[in-house]
Design a protein around this ligand. Structure first.
Ligand code: GRE
Ligand code: ZN
Length: 319
């Protein structure tokens, strides 16, 4: 039997913010905990690190809060915010590079600028990849740019050349597409809307043929796959019967098994993990918390005791 408390875990959907990007998140916080959440988002070296020590997380890859740079309509402002967030993160990570690493925030309002910033973050700042908060807004708050659009092909070439993963993180649909949630605010944000939006974006990417063109690109999606593993069989089953001009050469399952990894962020439940492992294999699943939107205690007290083999636990938790 392995130790009950696993040491040396690595987590990779962990968030920080800057003071100027905190307001957009206040509506997500649980009433009464807003100020604490804000403090936790700014802090790296105090409570965050103490909890990592307490719960056996050796390394946590940090990323800029959602929707962050993706929601900045002005391209120049988005470029400046990304650069600032990445510089500050690099500075903080450098203080404890044994415990923290960084994912780049990228101004996808301009695909070339995003490639330049990603190159800088990986080559000069030592970041481990990027984390993108869903589609990008550009010019006006009501625009939506998904990365299967042709203007992003050069960006995907850049991601492949640099050889580092891209984490596709949730955001809400834009206001004009939230009609279906009207009167049901409990379904907005993290309970449901985040996953629907992120699953749709992921499936758009898989179906668009981007991974035929750039087969080495590795996407990461959180929350044990944003519901996709559960429906993977049905997706391919129905698409096969009615492909409707699908550009991609392979099945969704094939892309999931060659181009996508999942994390356990905010989804701390054995049956869901078992299903994800059955569909994806333990080597495509990685432990994460989603700090500070989730508690380290909830994530770890579940994961350390989850009913999986010690080999799988090590694979998912660290290797
Ligand atoms: C997240 O970034 O993961 C997040 C939010 C807001 C609420 C929940 C959540 O930004 O997981
Ligand atoms: Zn998150």
């Amino acid at each position: 039997m392995g130790a009950e408390k696993m040491q040396g875990k690595i987590a990779l959907e962990e968030h920080f913010s800057l003071p100027e990007t905190q307001n957009e998140m206040s509506r997500f916080s649980i009433p009464g905990t807003g100020e604490d959440l804000k403090k936790r988002l700014i802090d790296l070296h105090d409570v965050r690190l103490k909890e990592m020590d307490e719960f056996g997380i050796e390394l946590a890859i940090q990323s800029f809060n959602a929707p962050g740079v993706q929601a900045v309509a002005d391209t120049q402002a988005a470029m400046e915010l990304a650069e600032r967030a990445n510089d500050i993160l690099a500075e903080e990570v450098a203080k404890r590079s044994d415990r923290f690493a960084g994912f780049a925030a990228l101004p996808l309002q301009d695909p070339d600028a995003a490639c330049k910033e990603l190159t800088r973050c990986i080559k000069d700042l030592g970041f481990k990849g990027s984390l993108i908060n869903g589609f990008t807004t550009r010019e006006s708050a009501e625009t939506v740019h998904y990365y299967d659009q042709p203007e992003y092909r050069s960006f995907w070439a850049c991601v492949q050349d640099l050889g580092m993963p891209l984490y596709l993180h949730p955001r809400n649909p834009i206001a004009s597409r939230m009609q279906s949630y009207k009167g049901h605010p409990w379904l907005e944000n993290s309970p449901w809307a985040f996953a629907m939006e992120t699953a749709l974006h992921t499936l758009r990417l898989l179906g668009s043929g981007i991974f035929d063109e750039y087969p080495l690109v590795q996407l990461v999606i959180g929350h044990l796959g944003e519901r996709i593993p559960y429906d993977l069989w049905r997706l391919d089953h129905r698409i096969r019967k009615s492909p409707q001009g699908l550009p991609a050469k392979k099945s969704m399952r094939e892309y999931m098994l060659s181009n996508v990894h999942l994390t356990t962020s905010g989804n701390f439940y054995d049956p869901t993990l078992h299903l994800a492992m059955t569909e994806m294999g333990a080597d495509r699943i990685m432990f994460s918390v989603d700090y500070p939107f989730e508690t380290t205690s909830d994530a770890v007290s579940w994961f350390d005791k989850s009913q999986i083999s010690e080999v799988d636990k090590l694979q998912i938790g660290r290797t």
